[in-house]
Ligand binder design. Structure first.
Ligand code: NAI
Ligand code: MG
Length: 357
């Protein structure tokens, strides 16, 4: 079967790391004996496009993407354009426009990569942060200068939106995912002591849904305590489900504990498969290292692996995971992991390990 993939490298290191993942996917397809193939369409959207047109993507951008099997995304962001313009103009426009309501962010510990945390010496640790990706704190509701007051006295409101349907679908997703894992534990994260409306609704839904999954251990934790728990009791965790903002922060913390943000993978899923899902490294455009050829491509390559799983190509996905582990175990590490391998050298090492897998 041929899978049609839309590539949107966008900005900064996004373009560099996407190239790496694409090389790998093409190598796997060539090696599949005709079982699967990829057809790519490139979309040159992002900050350069914005400078030319005043928009991050064209008005009919979502329509152009609607029929692809998946979107492979790099990163947006450039120092000269406000981040909320680049983020809302492209990445969030796709996530929200296609109702990719489940953002799955595995936190994977790789052999040969040292965690900054001395308590983590066990590369068998394996968490998945499940992020509500359609509402919550990133609903976009609110506005500036609401009271019409003058400069120096402005009022801005940024509202969080929690719907029972939105909470229930992400919580069920987390429990269903936990059922497929060795450690069947779901930890729900909120700040319902301070945010007494939306987050209490989330807690209520979590308790109700948990009753449908007697085979999965369910527990809840406040987000501030959870940040400490990530560091102090990492072995307790398996699936962590949280709102848009909380899961965004916790997944970055998780990836740093696993060694680097450059390793972190993510899938923005529309689980009903009505619209395309999007696969991307968690990191941003990293303008501080862009153009140097030293970006860590592992997050992007691992995200391509998540795309393979989404396509049902589980053997190929396993080969990608194993090849990444073999590469880090052999000490082929990029600068952010304390090594001196370039993006290209790492990609080649992963390719070599695919051959021998
Ligand atoms: P960032 O993720 O781009 O960089 C944070 C730090 O991690 C930097 O020191 C960077 O060099 C390092 N880093 C990131 N990816 C790396 C990789 N693959 N290999 C090695 N080191 C890596 O986040 P930052 O600096 O907060 O934001 C930069 C721009 O990216 C901003 O414009 C921001 O809005 C945007 N951004 C976009 C995201 C997306 O498109 N999904 C996500 C996060 C930020
Ligand atoms: Mg983030």
């Amino acid at each position: 079967r041929t899978f049609h993939i839309a590539a949107i490298p966008a900005d900064g290191v996004g373009t560099e790391v996407l190239e790496a993942g694409r090389t790998l996917l093409d190598a796997l397809a060539a090696d599949s004996g005709g079982e699967f193939a990829f057809e790519w369409t490139d979309y040159p959207w992002g900050t350069d496009y914005y400078h030319r047109t005043g928009q991050m993507m064209p008005d009919d951008g979502l329509d152009q993407l609607r029929d692809v099997d998946a979107i492979y995304f790099g990163a947006v962001g450039a120092p000269e354009v406000p981040d909320h313009v680049t983020l809302w103009g492209l990445r969030l426009a796709i996530c929200q426009g296609f109702d990719q309501w489940a953002n799955v962010r595995p936190v994977t510990f790789h052999p040969g990569v040292t965690s900054p945390l001395r308590t983590i010496d066990d590369t068998s640790l394996d968490w998945v942060v499940v992020r509500e990706n359609s509402e919550g704190e990133y609903s976009g509701l609110g506005g500036r200068n609401l009271a019409g007051r003058g400069p120096g006295n402005e009022v801005a409101v940024q509202s969080s939106l929690f719907t029972e349907t939105g909470c229930e679908r992400i919580v069920r997703f987390a429990f269903d995912l936990a059922r497929t894992r060795q450690r069947k534990v779901v930890t729900s994260v909120t700040k319902s002591n301070a945010q007494q409306h939306g987050m209490v609704l989330w807690d209520d839904v979590f308790a109700r849904v948990a009753a449908d999954y007697p085979d999965v251990e369910a527990n809840s934790c406040l987000v501030d305590a959870m940040a400490a728990r990530f560091v102090l009791h990492p072995e307790d965790l398996s699936v962590v489900v949280a709102s848009n903002l909380h899961a965004d922060v916790l997944s970055d913390l998780g990836s740093a504990l696993a060694g680097s943000l450059g390793l972190a993978t993510s899938a923005n899923l529309n689980p009903e498969r009505r619209t395309p899902s999007m696969f991307e490294p968690v990191h941003g455009s990293a303008p501080d290292i862009a153009g140097k050829g030293i970006a860590n491509p592992i997050g992007a390559i691992g995200s391509a692996g998540l795309m393979l799983s989404h396509f049902g190509l589980h053997d190929a996905a396993t080969r990608v995971r194993d090849a990444i582990d073999a590469t880090t175990a052999a000490g082929v590490l990029p600068a952010d992991l304390g090594g001196d391998a370039t993006s290209k050298q790492i990609t080649e090492a992963v390719l070599d390990h695919l051959e021998t897998a």
